[in-house]
Design a protein around this ligand. Sequence first.
Ligand SMILES: Cc1ncc(COP(=O)(O)O)c(C=O)c1O
Length: 372
Amino acid sequence: MTSSETMAGGVRPRPVVDRLPRYAAGKPPVVVDGLASYKLSSNENPLPPIPAVAEAIAAQTDFNRYPDPLSTKLRTALAGFLDVPAEDIVTGAGSLGALNQILAAFAGQNDDGKADEVIYAWRSFEAYPICVGLAGAESVRIPLTPDGRHNLEAMAAAVTMRTKVILLCTPNNPTGPILTAEETERFIKTVPSDVVVVIDEAYQEFVRAEDAVDGIRMYRKYPNVVALRTFSKAHGLAGLRVGYSISQPELTQHLRVAATPFAVSQIAEQAAVVSLQNFDQVVERVQSLVDERDRVTAGLRGLGWFVPEAQGNFVWLNLGEDSAEFAQLAGERALSVRAFGNEGVRVSIGEVEANTRFLDLCAVYTKPPRGS
Ligand SMILES: Cc1ncc(COP(=O)(O)O)c(C=O)c1O
């Protein structure tokens, strides 16, 4: 054995790394002869970025230079777009990058050697346990209600002296329901003001529920609230990795310290700026997906299927132990969907033909999910 093999074999990650679940990315579409394949497994936007974005980034050539570490152009554009001070915005490599910055700044191992606690609903975005664990903090997962909603009372009751951060996901991935403005504000008021409340609004542009919470309104009122948003979903820029957080200066100053330098490339920044400048086109595309979501939801309910309120670009099928079987059947129809263990299947809204094929499968599937 060479010395380098000995050394490689001897390395040991932090204990938490062995304990963490592996992030299982959505599977690529299955190839079936004679059928177009569709990927409905990652809540991506099936539409390409708007043409002005593609043109703007194709014209860029200055890749020998590092990007602006503060993403000044993008933060200035967002400040105008959202009517917030640019100083309150911190960009990241996707909203996941922005979330890691929040956790790095606020939750980890405390000076007494014990882990801080981060509370979130479960099931929710499957990256949460990984991000929290890697930060050195401990996950406190509060089960969703049977209709896929956050149980805010139970989440409030779970707060301890060790709680540093609470993650609220609205609409919740993978189940779909929003948090209302009223229940969220009531919750924030019960949480100690030194606990950071993150409102993850990755799917905010798809929300049509009038009583939904608006993270920006909460951030304006509460200094411990951070709103988290992304260009990955509505803007169709998932592959470029750009997202951001918005919080008041008292909180934001700490995020800047924890921010990964140069996390947003100049291509991603330019794409995001141009997409914002053409937001009317983004809105049109989002509306076409919302229409499809509503068609799919109505179709499923028409078949007698239980579907929780779907306010993102996906629907949740509470299929329990039949989840893997359903995903397999979808695969045979060249649709890749996302099964989560024995809990359920999440199906992203895709191209019209893909959605129709999914509904066709449901029409012949004999074990529909029921409300529990
Ligand atoms: C709830 C939620 N938050 C954050 C993200 C991360 O998105 P991104 O890092 O691409 O901005 C996702 C992606 O699926 C998500 O579902």
